[in-house]
Ligand binder design. Structure first.
Ligand code: AMP
Ligand code: GLY
Length: 425
């Protein structure tokens, strides 16, 4: 199988690393990829204009690509899967209409309401007066979300009415997220513990992966501003077997059926961000792609052939028996640039990558790196995902931090408490 993989972050490094392990895979072209991906066997980084989807499809034809795998949501929401499918090219990822599940929070919330999928109560507002009035009426805490894609930054969990009103002003009058904030969703604040449940689906059946947990806040103890994710671990013990079954029956299967009923068949990876409290499980959000950094801890525990699963998702032939898991646990510690998620400097030379990467049970996934004059340097907020696999969370955590100690770059920042909720249990 020849694969084309779109993307160049830690998620795509994990996807490339796992796909390369398949005996069925001959080559993986990754656009744009990154220096870590360039080192993965069978992988070659290529440059493609992702704004011209027909050119991407031409490329897939020219290089006899058997399967295209799409990492980032923006490319899916732009409709890459529609272009590929219309040309008979197998692709892993939902088409434009189905990707609206992530692309529009208003669409996603209305769909959940219509099909009784458990989620926070909400109101969609298209004008600033009604948004302000709703906040005045409901009070705080309340959650303000930009409708469209905002790179994970379009959500404000407001603990006071003033914060909520300020967020509404920024999004709707200040156009902080452009068109994405022209509509906002105001949501009931949910208490509980979050978990990410990713699933493979071919549009007919849905097969959940093992549950994981992300760490969104930048500092230890879940303090400070939200980031794209400072670390993750799997499996997440908050997701008991009973809760997983509940999530599958009341959320995953119903949303795939709902999308089918709406004429928007969904295939690829479905990401459910869940809020768990006692025996209740509700949807925080859906994403139309693999999570990052969740993918970096979920895929190392997959015992099966990822290429075979993805091709089955793309061709409507998925079977639950194709997806098997290893025992043990994985922990990923994200090493970020000092200052992230605010402004930070790029170009810091990274040392110790070889020493860390050759440790047993360890992979260093690259998220924001670049090669300059033979050195690997920082080139993004999240720089590396240092991921360890071991028999349990505690051992995996120790192994991951032992590797982190070996890696250095100026102003490196990382959390020291990844997996704390699991270990507290
Ligand atoms: P989202 O981008 O929708 O996942 O939101 C980002 C983060 O905001 C989530 O991971 C939660 O931590 C938080 N959040 C979103 N919606 C709610 C809600 N209704 N209640 C409590 N927290 C929320
Ligand atoms: N880790 C959160 C996300 O991928 O959206």
């Amino acid at each position: 199988m020849n694969i084309l993989l779109i993307g160049g972050g830690g998620r795509e490094h994990a996807l490339a690393w796992k796909l390369a392990q398949s005996s069925q895979v001959e080559s993986i072209r990754v656009a744009p990829g990154n220096p870590g991906i360039a080192e993965v066997p069978k992988c070659k980084c290529v440059s493609l204009d992702l704004n011209d989807l027909n050119k991407v499809a031409d490329y897939a034809e020219e290089y006899s690509i058997d399967l295209t795998v799409v990492g980032p949501e923006a490319t899916l929401v732009a409709g890459i899967a529609d272009v590929f499918r219309s040309r008979g090219l197998p692709i892993f990822g939902p088409d434009k209409a189905a990707a609206e599940l992530e692309g529009s929070k208003a669409f996603s919330k209305n769909l959940m309401r219509k099909y009784n999928i458990p989620t926070a109560a909400f109101k969609v507002c298209t004008d600033i007066e009604s948004a302000r009035a709703f906040v005045e009426e409901q009070g705080a805490p309340i959650v303000v979300k930009a409708d469209g894609l905002a790179a994970g930054k379009g959500v404000v969990v407001a603990m006071t009415k003033e914060e909520a009103l300020a967020a509404i002003d920024e999004m709707m009058a200040g156009h902080k997220f452009g068109e994405a904030g022209a509509r906002v969703v105001l949501e009931e604040f949910m208490e509980g513990e979050e978990a990410s449940l990713l699933a493979f689906t071919d549009g007919k059946i849905v097969v959940p992966m093992i549950a994981s947990q992300d760490h969104k806040r930048v500092n230890d103890g879940d303090k400070g501003p939200n980031t794209g994710g400072m670390g993750a671990y799997a499996p997440a013990p908050v997701m008991t077997e009973a809760l997983r079954i509940k999530a599958e029956e009341t959320i995953l299967k119903p949303v795939i059926a709902a999308l089918n009923a709406e004429g928007r068949t969904y295939s690829g990876c479905l990401y459910a961000g869940l809020m768990i409290k006692g025996d209740s499980v509700k949807v925080v959000e859906f994403n139309c792609r693999f999570g990052d950094p969740e993918t970096q801890v979920v895929l190392p525990l997959l015992d099966s052939d990822l290429a075979q699963i993805m091709l089955a998702c793309a061709t409507g032939t998925l079977d639950a028996s194709m997806v098997q898991w290893k025992n043990g646990a994985a922990v990923c510690v994200v090493m970020a640039s000092g200052g992230y998620p605010g402004s930070y400097e790029n170009g810091k030379v990274i040392t110790g990558l070889k020493e860390a990467g050759t440790m047993e049970g360890l992979v260093v996934f690259h998220a924001g790196t670049k090669t300059v004059n033979g050195n690997i340097v920082t080139a993004g907020g999240r720089v590396l995902g240092v991921t360890a696999v071991d028999k349990d969370i505690k051992s995996a955590k120790n192994r991951a931090y032992a590797a982190v100690e070996k890696i250095r770059f100026d102003r490196a920042h990382y959390r020291r408490d990844i997996a704390w909720r699991a270990l507290k249990r």
